[in-house]
Design a protein around this ligand. Structure first.
Ligand SMILES: [Zn+2]
Ligand SMILES: [Zn+2]
Length: 130
């Protein structure tokens, strides 16, 4: 199944040719970089993702990773770890986000008190250290 998505202004579009591995991330960096209470990260193999039209701009968000966004409208689109075979897209940027389900929580100990999403799903602690 081919899934498509893009940013708010339509400047950046993508297609994904693989079922994403989807999870909630409650870490502070995802919270701040999305401006939301948590991120929904959708991981796919790098070769399964095709940027159509404009590619996103990337900025370094930690010594380990870059974050991709639309330079025109500011929509956060991607999380890209150095040297990883996978790249994560933000779930809300898919055209049909109901076509997948988050399967687990990452950084569950940081989940905000008033966030109900992901309760009852498996929980993993944050592994990144630098
Ligand atoms: Zn845009
Ligand atoms: Zn995160």
């Amino acid at each position: 199944m081919l899934r498509r998505g893009g940013c708010l202004c339509g400047n950046i579009r993508y297609s994904v040719s693989q079922d994403p591995r989807v999870h909630y991330c409650h870490c502070e960096m995802c919270r701040r970089s999305t401006g939301s209470a948590f991120a929904v990260l959708c991981w796919v193999g790098r070769s399964a993702l095709r940027w159509e039209g404009q590619a996103p701009s990337f900025r370094r968000s930690s010594p380990l990773a870059r974050r991709g966004f639309c330079r025109r409208c500011g929509t956060p689109l991607a999380l890209d770890y150095d040297g990883s075979a996978e790249i994560a897209l933000h779930g809300g940027t898919f055209d049909e986000p109901n076509s997948f389900r988050p399967a687990y929580n990452y950084g569950a100990d940081r989940r905000l008190d008033w966030v109900c999403a992901g309760i009852g799903l498996p929980e993993h602690a944050i592994m990144e250290r630098w």
